[in-house]
Every structure is written in C-alpha cells, then in structure tokens.
Design a protein around this ligand. Sequence first.
Ligand SMILES: Nc1nc2c(ncn2[C@@H]2O[C@H](COP(=O)(O)OP(=O)(O)OP(=O)(O)O)[C@@H](O)[C@H]2O)c(=O)[nH]1
Ligand SMILES: [Mg+2]
Ligand SMILES: [Zn+2]
Length: 365
Amino acid sequence: MDHPLAALGWTDWHSAHAPDGATGEAPARVTAVDRGRYVVRDADGESPAELAGRMLHRATSPADLPCVGDWVAARRADGTIRIHGVLPRRTFLRRKVPGNDIDVQMIAANVDLALVIQSCQFDFNVRRLERYLATVHEGSVESVVLLTKTDLVSESELAGLLAAARRADAATPVIPLSNLTGAGLDDVRALLTPGRTVCLLGSSGVGKSTLINRLVDGTGSGVPTLPTLEVSRTGEGRHTTRRRQLFVLDGGALVVDTPGMRELGLLDAADGLDDTFSDVAELARRCRFADCRHGSEPGCAVRAAVEQGDLDDARFRSYVKLRREESFHTMSYVERRRKDREFGRQTRAVASRVRRDPRDRRDTR
Ligand SMILES: Nc1nc2c(ncn2[C@@H]2O[C@H](COP(=O)(O)OP(=O)(O)OP(=O)(O)O)[C@@H](O)[C@H]2O)c(=O)[nH]1
Ligand SMILES: [Mg+2]
Ligand SMILES: [Zn+2]
C-alpha cells in the first residue's frame, strides 16, 4: 500500500532513510519559506510552522535549514507546529550564495524533475543552459529544457535554437512551448505525473509563473493564480515572483515556482559538470595525464578534438571556465568550513576549561 504521504512526494527512499523520530514528531513537507517563516503541508493540509530554537542554534550553514521541498520532522503543540529537523534529502538544487560570500544556498530539495526554462526571445544562452544543467545533475535531479515564447520567433529561428539547446546536453530533452498559443503545453503536462515534484528554473521573465497558471487553468484547482507580468512582447527581467513555493496541482503533480535568478554560481558541482559535458569528459579520459587541465599539457585528447573540429571550441571554453569557477568556489568553501570548525573547537575548549576552572572565566569575555 502507498505511504499516506506519497501524494506529497514521499517515496520508499524517504522511508528507508528517515531516522527514527522522537515520539510526537511526524514528517511534513515545506511548501514555502519566507524570511525565517515556514509553511508546511501534511495529509491534513497546509499550516504555518516555526523552527525549534535548537535547530537554528545548531545550523552552521544556510544549507542546514529547511528549504522548499524539504521533508521535516514536525511537532504540533499548543496550536503551533515546530520544525525539529530536516530529513535526509533524496535530491537537491543548490547554488553558491550570490556575492562574495562562499556558502551554499538551497533552491529546493527532493525535486524529481527540473524544468530548465529559457525564452526564445531575449534570454536564450547555451552557456547559461550548461551551467543550469550542471547544477541540476549535481543534485541527482532529472532535467528537461523548455524553450518558451516560440510564438515570437520564426520556424527557422526556432529550429536553430532547438538544435543549439540540444547540444548543451545530448541526454536532456528539449520542448518548445508557447504559453500564449498553448503549443507544447501537452508535452509539459505529460511530465506532470501524480506525486512527482517538478521545479521550474530560469531567468526572470521567461514565463515560469505564466506556465503554472496555464497548467491549473480551468481545472478548479486550489492553486491561486500566480502574479505574472501583463502579457508583453518581452517581459524581460522584472522579478515578479518573490519567493519559492510548492503547489499541488489537481492532477497530483507537485510544482515549485522560483523567482528568476541572476546568478547561479557553481559550488561542489564537478560531477554535475562532467555529466552535462559528457562528450568532453569522455574525451578527457583519453588525455595522457589523468589530471590534465586541457591547457598546454602534451597528449591532451580534448584539445586535439577541438583542433580537429570534433568538439566545438565555445563549448570547450565554457567547460574549462565552469570547471575553474567550480573548483575555486569549492576550495574556498572547504577552507572556510575548516576555519569555522577550528574556531568552534577553540571556543569549545575554552568553554570546557571554564567549566573546570571558574577562575579562567574572565579570559573568555
Ligand atoms: N509571447 C509570449 N509571452 C509570454 C509567454 N510566456 C510568458 N509570457 C509573458 O512573459 C512575461 C513574464 O512572464 P512570467 O510568467 O511573469 O515570468 P517568470 O518567469 O515567472 O518571471 P519571474 O517571476 O520574474 O522570475 C509576461 O508578460 C508573460 O505574459 C509566451 O509563451 N509567449
Ligand atoms: Mg514568476
Ligand atoms: Zn586534456
């Protein structure tokens, strides 16, 4: 028999990996996060929730706190719901925190399928597509690319864009879509099976919220109509959606709308890159040196492929650039965490000394 929470995306994996909760704790799914306030959903419906103080205290990175799509251990008491822990994440979407800070930010968790969306009209960029797909694959999330606003380009332009998008990752299907005419909508609907969690990703203005509105149109669903821009020719970058949110569609699929992201910094995504650039990774296996950076090393199979025209030069350069960025962020992150841990050790050592010898206390002020 199906788990009672299967309709909300709970799987056998979650049953197998959930730790034994304390009595009175039950799993609930986070559907929205807004400046420290949470909304969770279980079989009884949606309710506001707050973090147990201990959780906030113990978190050492934003990634330790619940994000949309997370399953959490929730406890009801005195009319409020408190979140006592984040249950293991089967999959995740995350990025480097924008700006100079080296830390991870969770975009969503327990996502089965990411719809990576670009608009044919102002937004199309294969290099950015590669970046998004690397992030998605790093978190073990399946991907489909949607090219929206096909109503604004000619058939031959569209054919060119589709071919370019397919080259970003040979294993990821690409669906052309117009929210205006409805062309391609059935192909998207076919992906929305009951209990499947689908997250929409892409720049501001590509039509993410408009698509969700189209999907719930006329079904009498409990999902509210999402704010989008007035129908406009471009609709470029206005950041209409403000927060990530998970909705349950009438057909039973779970959809996460996200605000358009300006930056998608790669952190700890080497496998996701190699997965997306499987053609380059395959060639790299034939380089003379196992740690070849495909620069000036002799016997580099990747550069040889570029020279022979077997590998697109722009794609090669994109790979090298993303690899470099990824390893820089990852190294900085590891270094930062090491310092945090050392600092933690020092403060704990001082604290235990203080407990042993109260005279030491003045030193800790
Ligand atoms: N012509 C055309 N316009 C579209 C299509 N899809 C969306 N739009 C328009 O594009 C604009 C932006 O759409 P939104 O759905 O708000 O975009 P979004 O991706 O949710 O943007 P953020 O919430 O800012 O991240 C609106 O004016 C939509 O009407 C489409 O397929 N064709
Ligand atoms: Mg939106
Ligand atoms: Zn090489």
